[in-house]
Structure formats: C-alpha cells, structure tokens
Design a protein around this ligand. Structure first.
Ligand code: PEP
Length: 229
C-alpha cells in the first residue's frame, strides 16, 4: 500500500519537523513494502531522511526564472525533492488550473523524471449522473497526459468526499477504480475523507493500491492509524 499525506496549507516548518521526527520513530512498525509520502507546505520542505518520501504539493513548470510567487525545480532540488502532486482538485477549482495547465505541468515534471501523483476527481453533480458520466469526466482529465510515463500514479479523489467527512462507498470506489484500471494501468490511490474508521474497508478493495489523505494526515497519531492499520 501507498500512504500519502497532503498537509495542504497546514503546519509550519517547526511543526513539520516535529511531525516527521515523531513519524519516523513510529514507522519502524510499518510493512516494509508499504510506501509513505509526505507533502508538507513548500515553506516546510527540507532534506529529511527516513522511511518516507517528501514531495511538493505544487511547483511551477520551470527550472527558475521570473515567476513571482512560484517555485521551480531549482528550489526543489535544494532539498532533493523529486516527487510532486499534480492536478489536485483544489488547484483545479480554487486556483483555476485548467486541464491544459495541468498537462503542461505533468509533461515538464515528467521530463525532469519526477515521480508524479496525478489527481483526478468528479463533482457531486457529475456523480449524481451515474458511473458512465463519472468515467467520462475522469477520462477527460487524462487529456494531454502521457499515461505511459513509468514514474506516476493516479489518485482518484471524488471532490464531494474531500474534507467533507463523506467517504465514497466501497461499491462506488470499487466500480470507479475497476473502470479506471482499464484506462490507466498504474498504481491507483483513493482519496476523500480516509480515516482510521474506514481504512481497513478501503484498503481491502482490489484495485486500491493506496490512499491520499488530507485531514487525517495532519496528526501523526491519525496518520499512523492508517499506515499501521
Ligand atoms: C485531499 O485533499 O487530498 C484529501 C483526500 O483530503 P481529506 O482526506 O481531508 O478528504
């Protein structure tokens, strides 16, 4: 299993340091083959060492240059970061990243050899139209994306389940992941209100290879409930 923690705009540099120190101590109990990713805010990036991978929640698709407020590969390289989240619904919907911009970012970081967690997901309105509409929408989010790139995985995150406490049902996840696996044969994470109370059920689904976690990743205790379940 893959366990990815997305801190979003939470935690400081200091609290991230404390978190990672605590996590590392307790990760000695994790299954050897499981992979843990932490995506802290950009201001908390550092060259941490341990049984986890630190990634960037976002970056601009440039080496360096005149892009006020952005960071590029040069700034990430300082901390040996070569993992990135691309296409998160908050970036698409709140920050206005178009599919074209997301695809450009994907192509750039692919060229750089980054490991990419590529996020897709549908709104409640689309979910209510049924599975066919959902899959059609999710497939459209692969427009411009090289799905043959060997160093990426997909995170399916229904927008209506993110931060809402409302998790997709086992049936919804199963049917969506089964359909997605036929489109992209890559590790497939589920994201959307994953927590200690539902991890066993979600992790047991055949085509769920891992989870991307927001709220429950913010404290080591609740994140470890997932990793060590
Ligand atoms: C996320 O935003 O990637 C996410 C899954 O958030 P939460 O776990 O809080 O729903």
């Amino acid at each position: 299993m893959i366990y990815a923690a997305n801190f979003k705009t939470n935690h400081t540099r200091k609290s991230t340091e404390n978190y990672i120190e605590d996590l590392q101590r307790k990760l000695v109990d994790k299954n050897e083959e499981d992979r843990v990713f932490i995506f802290p805010p950009l201001t908390a990036l550092d060259a941490y060492e341990g049984d986890f991978i630190i990634g960037a929640q976002n970056a601009y698709p440039v080496e360096s240059g005149a892009y006020t407020g952005e960071v590029g590969v040069e700034q990430l390289a300082e901390f040996n970061i070569n993992t990135i989240l691309i296409g998160h619904s908050e970036r698409r919907d709140i920050l206005g990243e178009s599919q074209e911009a997301v695809a450009k970012k994907f192509a750039f970081f692919k060229e750089q050899g980054f490991e990419i967690i590529y996020c897709i997901g549908e709104s409640l309105e689309i979910r209510e139209q049924g599975l066919e509409a959902v899959i059609e929408h999710l497939v459209s989010q692969f427009e411009g994306i090289d799905t043959t790139y060997e160093n990426f995985m997909v995170a399916y995150e229904p927008i209506w389940a993110i931060g809402t406490g409302r998790t997709a049902s086992v049936e919804e996840i199963t049917m969506t992941h089964d359909a997605l696996k036929k489109v992209v044969d890559k590790p497939l994470l589920y994201g959307g209100s994953v927590k200690g109370a539902n991890i066993a059920q979600i992790a047991a689904i055949d085509n769920v290879d891992g989870v991307l976690v927001g709220g429950a990743s913010l404290k080591t205790e609740t994140f470890l409930e997932l990793v060590l379940h």
